[in-house]
Write a new protein. Structure first.
Length: 483
């Protein structure tokens, strides 16, 4: 069995061994030794409720405020914006569904998807859907944290010139990457106190926002007809891009015991993403009814007591560090799954370097708000179909994955399929992406979107097409073993 296991673990060759409370490699103070290799039973630990704080900490962040406020800027009424926020955040159910494959396989999403695409096909999938998009999200979130940190520096009396901005980006990136390098146990340990701290901070924000919100807000020229539907569709896509970006949610559940109830994993993941995601996006929308949210920091400070300004900025930076540490962690695993033999800790640092470069470009050479909106909507073209294929495989396979078999990369292995590619997964993903691209209306307008008057149906069209194609192409033809 030839596996890409950059972080070898002595004595972990079998999947079922004598139970052990928690090995040294699973402690928060040590750099996680496991990479994309299989997690044996004796190293499985934790409870599904721990997933709540992981996802909650990642969703109390600056970017959620930006996207919530953007819905009002796009021309929606307050109640239309809130409906879009709830609808978009319901996609956390799919993130929760993907999470159940982690305990079943004892492997990260980047390896489990070999069952869908084959060993070689999955390397391409991880290079694009895994690594490239993760680095883009890392850069967007790092830019969001940096803008808050710039304001904090200005409050301290330091001019945020180019040199200072570069230094700030580097510091925030270093803090983020430190969590990603230490890995899973550190994330599990830190994210509950981070969640509590952020909840307290945003509770103060909520009080200030609610006191000033115009609950009857309607734009001067309300949208109607096709224009309204176009903005509603774009808004749902914008909000849904957050849960859809976590096609790697099994990365954070794979250490749970294989007997962990699937409904608990789905439920805690969903609640951890949905509740704070909907709440923080809603705060952005509510604030936008009375202040200009093209600059969320300046806008919110008008609604809050002066003493809270620095604390708000610290909370925005902390929340974005939390979400980016997860992104960096998964990007590191994706780089390994591409086939590069590098330790997970080093792969995280490599991802961070690429993201820092993109961040500096985004901050110093382009408009941040436009960049956020365009990138988040465009990535759905890839992420929607990829998530649909993954979710469909879990349902059809009844979440039965053989972790050790997924490690087999040899031509005779169960996931080699045809020349290393599973035609069903490749065709379903390609079909979903193609249809989604025809329906998109963001950086460009696809022919179907143009025919519909600008209504962007890329998200539902890509999801449904990819799921149906994969189900049809794999009907009765699963060649992978089940446990």
């Amino acid at each position: 069995m030839a596996s890409t296991i950059p972080d070898p673990q002595p004595g972990t060759g079998t999947a079922r061994e004598t139970p052990h409370p928690q090995p040294p490699s699973g402690r928060a103070g040590r750099v996680e030794a496991h990479g994309i290799d299989h997690i044996p039973d004796h190293e499985r630990h934790g409870r599904p409720r721990q997933l709540f704080s992981v996802w909650a900490a990642a969703n109390v962040n600056y970017l959620s405020l930006v996207t919530g406020g953007a819905l009002i800027l796009m021309g929606l009424t307050l109640w239309q914006a809130l409906a879009v926020i709830v609808t978009g955040n319901l996609f956390w159910l799919l993130t929760g569904l993907l999470s159940i494959s982690g305990p079943a396989a004892g492997a990260p999403s980047e390896v489990i998807t070999r069952a869908m695409y084959g060993v070689r096909g999955n390397r391409v999938n991880n290079a694009v859907v895994g690594w490239l998009i993760s680095v883009c999200y890392f850069a967007l979130n790092l830019a969001a944290a940096a803008t808050a940190a710039f304001a904090l520096v200005e409050m301290a009396g330091i001019t945020a010139n180019t040199g200072v901005k570069v230094a700030v980006v580097m510091v925030v990136a270093a803090l983020t990457l430190a969590i990603g390098v230490y890995g899973h146990a550190m994330i599990m340990k830190l994210y509950l106190p981070i969640t509590l701290a952020l909840t307290a901070a945003f509770a103060v924000v909520a009080v200030g926002v609610f006191r000033h919100t115009d609950f009857s807000y309607v734009p001067a020229e309300p949208l109607t007809g096709t224009d309204l539907w176009a903005v509603l569709a774009a808004g749902v896509t914008l909000i849904a891009s957050a849960p859809l970006s976590y096609t790697t949610s099994a990365d954070f559940s794979r250490y749970l015991p294989r007997t962990t109830p699937a409904r608990s994993v789905v439920g805690w993941t969903f609640l951890g993403g949905f509740l704070p995601g909907a709440a923080v996006c809603s705060l952005g929308a509510l604030a936008a009814t009375v202040v200009d949210m093209t600059d969320p920091q300046a806008g919110l400070r008008q609604l809050l007591p002066d003493w809270f300004g620095p604390l708000l900025l610290l909370a925005l930076v902390l929340g974005t560090i939390a979400i980016n540490a997860l992104t960096a962690y998964s990007a590191g695993l994706a780089l390994q799954a591409v086939g590069i033999r590098i330790r997970r800790s080093l792969s995280v640092l490599a991802d961070g370097t690429a993201a820092v470069a993109l961040t500096l470009y985004g901050l110093l050479a382009s408009d941040f708000l436009d960049t956020v909106s365009n990138v988040l909507q465009l990535t759905v073209v890839l992420l929607g179909p990829a998530l649909a294929v993954y979710a469909t495989d879990i349902v059809l396979r009844r979440n039965r994955y053989d972790g050790p078999a997924l490690m087999d990369e040899t031509p005779g292995g169960p996931f080699w399929y045809t020349a290393g590619v599973n035609p069903a997964g490749a065709l379903a993903l390609a079909g979903g992406v193609t249809v989604s691209a025809l329906c998109v209306n963001t950086l460009y307008t696809g022919p179907i979107a143009r025919a519909l008057g600008g209504v962007d149906l890329a998200l539902p069209a890509g999801l449904v097409t990819a799921a149906l194609l994969y189900a049809l192409l794999t009907r009765g033809k699963f060649r992978a073993p089940t446990a």
